[in-house]
Design a protein around this ligand. Sequence first.
Ligand SMILES: Cc1cc2nc3c(=O)[nH]c(=O)nc-3n(C[C@H](O)[C@H](O)[C@H](O)COP(=O)(O)O)c2cc1C
Length: 374
Amino acid sequence: MTKPIEPARWTDRRILDLFGIAAPILLAPMAGAGTPELAIEVARAGGLGALPGAMYTPDQLHAAIAAFRAGAPGHPLNVNFFCHAPPARDPARAMGWRTRLAPYYVEMGLDPEETPPVAGRAPFDAGLCALVEACRPEVVSFHFGLPPADLLARVKATGAKVLSSATTVAEARWLAAHGCDAVIAQGFEAGGHRGVFLSEEIAGDMPGVIARQVGTFALVPQVADAVDVPVIAAGGIADGRGVAAALMLGAAAVQVGTAYLFCPEAKIPAVHRAALETAGDENTALTNLFTGRPARGVVNKVMREVGPLSADAPAFPLAGGALVPLRQKAEAAGRGDFTSLWSGQAAGLAPRLPAFELTQQLAADALARMTRHA
Ligand SMILES: Cc1cc2nc3c(=O)[nH]c(=O)nc-3n(C[C@H](O)[C@H](O)[C@H](O)COP(=O)(O)O)c2cc1C
C-alpha cells in the first residue's frame, strides 16, 4: 500500500483547511456512477468523498449518506445537487424527438408508439434542502449554477461549505459573488455534463456555446486570477502529472471524475466500462442527445448517427426518456449504442486502481513531481 499522505507537505493549504482533508484530491460527484463505497475509499485515503444527489430519490440519498458515515466516520462529505430550472412541457418537441428516434425503435424490435419513461433529474428544492439540514454534509456542491437565494441561505446556515462549477471566468466571478466558498473551474476536457449556466444561448445555439468552451489549462489560471476564493481544477486530470500541473496553474485542489470510473467501487454498466477502455484522447465528444444539455462521453452509434449535437433533442433533462427503451435493449445484448458513456478526454491516463490506492497515488505522485521541480 502507498504511504499515508503527509498533510504538512502541501504548500497551498486553503482547500485542505477549508474541508479538513489531508490531500487536495476531490472525488467528482458522478450521477449514475458514484457510490458510497467510492466516496468512503477516497475519504479514507485522505481526499474528499462525494455523493451525487441528482439521480437518487431522497430516501436513497439518506441511505447513501448513512452508509458513508458508517464507512468513513469522522471524514467530511460532499453531497452534490443539480440546480437547473425544470423545462416547460413541449409536446411538439417531444414528438419530434420520438419521430427522429423511431427508426431505431423499429431496428431494435421496439414499438415506436409506446410511451417512453420520463427521464428525471430533480433540481435542488425545499425537500432536498430539508434533507441537507437533517444530514448536515460538510460540503454541498451544485452543478448548473446555484439554487435560489433563500435555499442557498438555508444550506449555508447548516455550516456547509458551498461549491459549484464554472466553465468561464464570468461564471466563476458570479459564483464567488453569490457565496461560494470555493469554485470548481471545469475545463472542456471534463467528462459528464458541462456546468455551463450563464449562457443564454444554451438551448438555441448549442454549437456556438460549445465552440467557445475553454480548456482546463487556459481556464484555471484565469479563474485563479479573477476570484479571491480557492479554485478547484476539473477536467482531464487523471494522473499525478495532471494534479501537479493544476496546482502549478493556481488551483488549490483538483476534482477528478473519469479516472475513478475505472475503480471497482464505481457503478457503471459493463458496456460503459468496456467503452472507457477505448476512450483514449480522441474518442469522446460533447453531446446533448442523452439529456438535452452538453456532456462529454465516448462516441457511440447514436452520437455518430444523430449527433453528437441535435437541435431536435428536448430540453434538459427530458431528452433521455425516449432513449431508455433503446438503451435497455442494446445493453441486454452487450452493446452501448444508446448508453451515455460519460468520459473525459484523459481516460487513457487513468492508473486503473481501486479508489483508495488511486487517491493515494494521485497525491503521492503529484507531491513527488512538485518537490522535484521546487
Ligand atoms: C460519469 C460522470 C458523471 C458526472 N456527474 C456529475 C454530477 O452529478 N454532478 C457534477 O457536479 N458533476 C458531474 N460530473 C462532472 C464532474 O464533476 C467533473 O467536472 C468531471 O468529471 C471532471 O473531468 P474528468 O472526468 O476528466 O476528471 C460527472 C462526470 C462524469 C464522468
